[in-house]
Design a protein around this ligand. Sequence first.
Ligand code: PLP
Length: 468
Amino acid sequence: MKYISTRGNAPELAFDEVLLSGLALDGGLYVPEAWPQFSAADIQSFAGLPYQELALRVMKPFIGGCIPDAALAGLIDGAYSNFDTPDIAPLKEIGKNEYLLELFHGPTLAFKDMALQFLGPAFDHVLKQRGAWTTIVVATSGDTGSAAIEACRDRDAIEIFVLHPHGKVSDVQRRQMTTVQSSNVHNIAIKGTFDDCQNLAKAMFNDKPFRDKLRLGALNSINWARIMAQIVYYYWAGAKLGAPETHLSFAVPTGNFGNVFAGYAALRSGLPIDQFVIGSNSNDILTRFFENGVMEAGDVHPTISPSMDIQISSNFERLLFDLVGRDGAIVTDIMNTFSDTGRFSINAKSLEVAQALFYGARFDDDETRQTILDVFEASGELIDPHTAVGIAAARAQRRDQSVPMVALATAHPAKFPDAVFAATGNRPALPGTLAGLMEGQEKYDVLENNLKTVQDHISGNARTRAAA
Ligand SMILES: *Cc1c(COP(=O)(O)O)cnc(C)c1O
């Protein structure tokens, strides 16, 4: 299995290189050269497997022999050993043919753990085999940061710097990052938005001397390995609901387009998916795109679903690549236009292809709270605001009631207790493992939104290591 860049101008890489490098050298994102295929018989055989076994079967063709089977099985077992339920991702029926797939049972209570708990050990494994080390730089809108920190803390071969937008993440989210005292963990609050953090991280990757000096690695959702690990739970839901005989649809609250792209990868590799419904908060750039084929970034509006307060969805480029016939030159043109003007559009034919599969819907904070209340009253489940945006979208855009609709529950309600309390009058309790969170000592630096300032800070604070 080889991986190619969406911009068509970077070396083809094997999985282990893609894992370590994140962004391609031409500024593009890595995608499989061809989608592996699971046959109907393969998918039938997924029924009843434990999550770990299914993960092994689904990831294997994407890894293409880079990690031997036995080692891979060990990494997967380790990855999902810190989850608070043996089912890993429970599926619950909350309405007629309407399901909730709970992806928040990992250590940091958001779906980011589903991939990052695997990526930390996988990085460590590949690095140690080479006697190498890496500096991870991650931008976070709130949940990726803590998930990346939990995946990397105290690992010898990894130094990690996490950029979050100062004052724009919830207290629980910030404390989950800043109370970790491991010496290889560094938190930076940027005076700006999540998009500023993401742009800083991207600029560091595009600065080749800096990238080489610090051996930068990425754990953001631009890293293909994260998408790969997320493909598993789409098959998991399929296995539970009777795929391939049963088709299914998914509703995904969307920010960076990583989670839903993993669903698209499941579709392209064989899972019969009818429809993807994308939930947007007031930052509705993707919903507008699927309505009219125009991608136009606006200002970021803070909402009660802060992990989706994003105007630039990095992973969208991977879908774009397929929409334009996998032509890297066209993607390069489009992305250059976007970075110059903040806007691009696709032609009518590509839009038609996209609209046959993707439906968007946007909800403001009042509508989101109303959905939290509706679900609570109808099913007794407390859901977090991100999950609510996805469910609201599913209900607004569902095409066929006979196809099971699986709404992805992306965060534990206790991660956003104020919003859940405002909606329902119930304050969800933090699970026992996080009980001391609000008392822990915090450690982080506040920096200006300036590339040189941040680079100097990272160079100055990375532990110096002898080159391997
Ligand atoms: C990250 C996140 C999202 C958005 O996921 P993307 O992969 O960026 O689209 C949605 N909900 C929660 C709780 C998140 O942490």
